[in-house]
Design a protein around this ligand. Structure first.
Ligand SMILES: Nc1ncnc2c1ncn2[C@@H]1O[C@H](COP(=O)(O)OP(=O)(O)O)[C@@H](O)[C@H]1O
Ligand SMILES: [Mg+2]
Length: 234
C-alpha cells in the first residue's frame, strides 16, 4: 500500500512565520523553496499545546526570501509561529482504484465515512492534467443513473457534463442528492458534483430557466426536459 500524505520527507523543514485563518506562511532556510503544490506537514512537536497539531498544507505561492504561502487543509486552531513545517517531498495524494468506489474521503485522501481504511495499491496527486484525447474513450456510452425519468427521457452521456438550472425550491438539490445516492450505491465510478462551479455558471448565465410551478415535483413534471434542454443549449 502506498504511503499516505506526509509520511515521507525530503529533509527540508521550515518554520511557520504567519497564520491568517487557513493561510499559513512558512520560511525555509538555505535558499530552499518547496515547489508549488508541495504538501507540507505542520506539527506542534516541541510545543506545549493542549491538542497536538498535525495538519497538511499545500504550497500556493512563492513569496521570496525563503518564504512560501500555503493553504491548510485542516483548521489551523492552536497553530502558532515557529511550529515545524516538514516538506513531505511531494504533492497531496489520494487513493485511487476499485477500493475507492462508493467511499467518501476528504481532500487529503483520508476516509470520512467511518467505514475504515480505503484499500488501495496506488495514490495519485490531486492536481493532474486531464487525460489526452488518445487516452479517452471514443465510444458514446450512457451514464446509467438509476433514476427512471432521466435514463428514459434525458439520458446522460458518460464523461459528459450536466447542468441543472432552476429557481429556488424546484428540486435541484433533491435531484443531485438522488443522483449521488443511486450512483454511489451502485458503486459507479465517476460521479462528481461541483456545486461552486454550478452556482457560478448559474449566476453567469442569462438563460436561467424559470419554472413557475415551484412546489410541484421536479421528477414527475415532464417540463423538466424542456428547461433542461434549454439550459444545456446555452
Ligand atoms: N421529485 C420530487 N418529488 C417531490 N417533492 C420534491 C421533489 N423534488 C423536490 N421536492 C420538494 O421540493 C423541495 C425543494 O427542493 P430542493 O431540491 O431543495 O430545491 P432547490 O435545490 O432547487 O432549491 C424539497 O424539499 C421537496 O420537498
Ligand atoms: Mg438547493
Amino acid at each position: 500500500m502506498a504511503t499516505p500524505n506526509g509520511n515521507g520527507t525530503n529533509g527540508h523543514v521550515g518554520r511557520v512565520v504567519q497564520i491568517i485563518g487557513p493561510v499559513v506562511d512558512v520560511e525555509f532556510t538555505e535558499s530552499y523553496l518547496p515547489p508549488i503544490y508541495e504538501a507540507l506537514r505542520i506539527t506542534s512537536d516541541g510545543f506545549d499545546v493542549p491538542e497536538p497539531i498535525n495538519v497538511i498544507a499545500e504550497v500556493q505561492q512563492h513569496l521570496g526570501e525563503g518564504r512560501v504561502r500555503a493553504v491548510s487543509m485542516l483548521p489551523t486552531d492552536g497553530m502558532v509561529r515557529g511550529m515545524k513545517a516538514i516538506d513531505t517531498g511531494g504533492p497531496i495524494t489520494v487513493p485511487v482504484g476499485e477500493g475507492t468506489l462508493g467511499r467518501v474521503m476528504n481532500v487529503i485522501g483520508d476516509p470520512v465515512d467511518n467505514l475504515g481504511d480505503i484499500p488501495h495499491q496506488q495514490r495519485y496527486p490531486i492536481h493532474r492534467h486531464a487525460p489526452s484525447f488518445e487516452e479517452q474513450s471514443t465510444e458514446l456510452q450512457m451514464f446509467e443513473t438509476g433514476i427512471k425519468v432521466i435514463d428514459l427521457i434525458q439520458p446522460f452521456v458518460r464523461g459528459g457534463k450536466i447542468g441543472l438550472f432552476g429557481g429556488a425550491g424546484v428540486g435541484k438539490t433533491v435531484i443531485v442528492m438522488e443522483l449521488s445516492s443511486t450512483t454511489s450505491r451502485k458503486r459507479v465510478p465517476a460521479f462528481r458534483f461541483s456545486p461552486a462551479l454550478a452556482s457560478a455558471r448559474a449566476k453567469a448565465t442569462t438563460c436561467c430557466a424559470r419554472w413557475s410551478n415551484r412546489r410541484s415535483s421536479t421528477l414527475a413534471n415532464p417540463s423538466i426536459t424542456t428547461w433542461k434542454r434549454r439550459a444545456l443549449s446555452t
